[in-house]
Design a binder for this molecule. Sequence first.
Ligand code: SF4
Length: 324
Amino acid sequence: MLRIENVSAQYSTIKGPVAAVRNTSFDILDNEIFGVAGESGCGKSTLLKIMYDLVQFPLTLSGGKVVLESRPEGGGQPLRLESGNIPKAWWKYISYIPQAAMSVLNPVYRVDEQFYEIIKRHHGGAQSKSQMREQLSEYLTELTLPVDILDSYPHQLSGGMRQRVVIAMATFMKPSMILADEPTTALDVVVQRNILMMLMELQQKMGNTFVIVSHDMGVHYQITKRLGIMYAGTMVELGPTQELFEDPLHPYTQMLIGALPKVGDHRPKEGIPGSPPSLRQPIVGCSFEPRCPKRMEICRRVDPPFVQVRSGRCCACHLVPPQQ
Ligand code: SF4
């Protein structure tokens, strides 16, 4: 449904360009919850913006493209849009929940006015306020949200409720795909769990696709069905979440999962030594080589390709041979 083909992107800075995403390819499928994980600065939020086609200076796409395909249920004209044209499908086919979504609400408008704006954009102002209000009330009730939040200003709502409002806005037009950037960051664990449950229920009800970016592996374990691990601007491992947690193939994934606290496991936890490489200069060899306890001589010279290594599993490591 969304194909990411050899995508590379960079940020312009006063010290010159900095790579943010490096030659990354993978597919997002229909009706799945797909997670993107990795350390801060690994390019996951930038990748999400590129998938949504929200590419604005200082970010530029330096190679590749994203292809969005959607087939309406019960027939109708199939949709196919590439990078540069995806905004035509915003809200209706694809929507985006940005990072710090709680602060994207306009503080000087009531919640209902902010919903009306979205509806007007798609129906060209053909509906009256009372019709829109009726639709909104039905939708909020469906989501088990109190209808009176429509009359509130954002500052009158709790952080968790503001996040739910943003999720309701992003899903109101029932888009086929929803991209969410760190949807539970800055929320306490109870609210976090409620938000995750809300996202899962929505996905089951609407049968659409969710892409969730989070640095929190616990969030991915609870909610995603497939997971991609990013490192230094590119995907290094991808596979079904459960399999990836039980049998991680890439040394970076192994260390990420090894660092997670587990109930009853009292062994001291080790972090991953060192830090990710600077992306100001082109990287020669494997980007994880300086931190990898399993590095070999070839790793310093040759960048391992991201290839299928078994059914449904892809990895970029010289230690993991491609599927024959
Ligand atoms: Fe480690 Fe080499 Fe694999 Fe890179 S390619 S992750 S350095 S073993």
